[in-house]
Design a protein around this ligand. Structure first.
Ligand code: PMP
Length: 427
């Protein structure tokens, strides 16, 4: 559909005020004024099914989270250089969700800050400077992280001590994905050493969101983690996307792989939209950094943020959202597998819990990516007021990542719309 006049004016106003670096979703951008559960609403009262937003993990504007933020904001909000129980109570509650070896948490406001802190701690601990990332990774907005986020494109060149490895692509790799990924990490380590760079770490999003969503087979990460540790580096799990129960089987993406990282960065869903993030770390890994550097983050770990984080954990537990992610995720994946039987363009369906990728291809023999069809499907769904996006280097992997309160009925609505739009595109 054409962009209505009111929204055209808003787009012009954004460009005038926010400048040229921002990007909107969809050919016909979505104007939203309210959210509830897995629904967003436009100013005309139209309902959008949210099949994309992981930040609002317990549902948009969940009353328990809203109430916790409001209650604490009315009492006290300050920083972590005074004694206050709330940051300790939340730290204790959060750390209880991790293997005991990960015993400290440091609070930040964004996933980027958490990752940036992880890099500094890794350098201090290992004495190295070299980092390995996947070929189409995204890890954040700081200068250093932009140089470790090849998905940003040519405008964000890789850092000098950064090496990339191909993503663990289960759809295109012949043989053992984990062995192959570890070999690639070893090759990157060897390349660093030839350049006189000492390895500091391997950092991956444990579900490889921007690379195209690669969850399986569970366990494939373990050999690469061993490889980086053998080389003296640390393993950093970026849980900004898969964390907080999204994969259904576990609270964290790394747990599916049977490993315990050296550091874990958290963000997006942690406060259901309130800006709270953090880095969970092994005490021995942060020892040198802690002895030599003072850490203070003005807003990180403030009582209001901690109240939000605590409320999110309450809801995940009380509403059984891991179970829901597992159950509805399986239903959704089953439905997509059925669609694949009727639509040749679907080359692969993969996912864990409520994080599902659908790879669209020109034909199943060549597996050539069909990014243009993915774009038409994403925009076609938007016209039916259903929100998803696409990921991967060719933009051909549907990124299906709804709030964890997504229901089977929601999944059925989504599946019917995908079926319809794909049917229309084939004609
Ligand atoms: N890591 C990953 C895997 C992410 O997806 C993002 C955000 N898209 C970040 C880090 C950065 O988080 P933030 O935007 O909160 O800085």
């Amino acid at each position: 559909g054409a962009v209505p006049e009111r929204e055209r004016q808003m787009i012009a106003r954004r460009q005038r005020l926010l400048g040229p670096a921002y990007r909107l979703f969809y050919e016909n951008p979505v104007h939203v004024v309210r959210g509830e559960g897995a629904r967003l609403y436009d100013p005309n009262g139209n309902t959008y099914l949210d099949v994309y937003n992981n930040v609002a993990c317990v549902g948009h504007s969940h009353p328990h989270v809203v109430e916790a933020i409001a209650r604490q904001a009315a009492v006290l909000n300050t920083h972590t250089r005074y004694l206050n129980d709330l940051v300790l109570d939340y730290a204790e509650r959060l750390l209880a969700c991790f293997p005991p070896a990960l015993a400290h948490v440091m609070f930040t406001c964004t996933g980027s800050e958490a990752n940036d802190l992880a890099l500094r701690i890794a350098r201090a601990h290992t004495g190295g400077t070299g980092f390995i990332v996947t070929r189409f990774a995204y890890h954040g907005v700081t200068g250093t992280l932009a140089g470790m986020s090849p998905s940003l494109g040519e405008g964000a060149p890789l850092g000098e001590a950064v090496r990339t490895v191909p993503a663990p692509d289960s759809y295109r790799t012949e043989g053992d994905v984990g062995a192959r990924f570890a070999q690639d990490v070893e090759a990157a380590i060897a390349d660093m050493k030839r350049a006189g760079i000492r390895p500091a770490g391997l950092i991956v999003d444990t579900i490889f969101s921007s690379d195209g969503i690669f969850p399986d087979p569970a366990g494939f990460l373990a050999p690469a983690v061993e490889a980086i540790r053998r080389a003296g580096g640390v393993f950093i799990a970026d849980e900004v996307q898969p964390g907080f129960g999204r994969t259904g089987s576990h609270m964290w993406g790394f747990a599916r792989h049977g490993i315990t990282p050296d550091m874990v960065s958290l963000g997006k869903p942690m406060g259901n939209g309130h800006p709270i993030a953090g880095l969970v770390v092994r005490p021995e890994v942060v020892e040198t950094f802690g002895r030599t550097v003072r850490y203070f983050n003005t807003f990180g770990g403030n009582p209001v943020s901690c109240a939000a984080g605590m409320a999110v954990l309450d809801v995940i537990e009380k509403e059984g959202l891991l179970d829901n992610a597992r159950r509805v995720g399986a239903h959704l994946k089953g439905g997509l597998d059925s669609l694949a039987q009727r639509h040749e363009v679907i080359g692969d369906v993969r996912g864990a819990g409520l994080f599902v990728g659908v790879e669209l291809v020109r034909d199943r023999a060549s597996r050539a990516p069909a990014g243009d069809i993915a774009a038409r499907l994403v925009n076609g769904l938007r016209e039916r007021r259903i929100l998803i996006s696409a990921a991967g280097p060719a933009g051909n992997v549907l990124k299906i990542r709804p709030p964890l309160v997504f229901s089977e009925a929601d999944a059925d609505l989504f599946l019917a719309a995908v079926d319809e739009v794909l049917g229309g595109l084939a004609q």
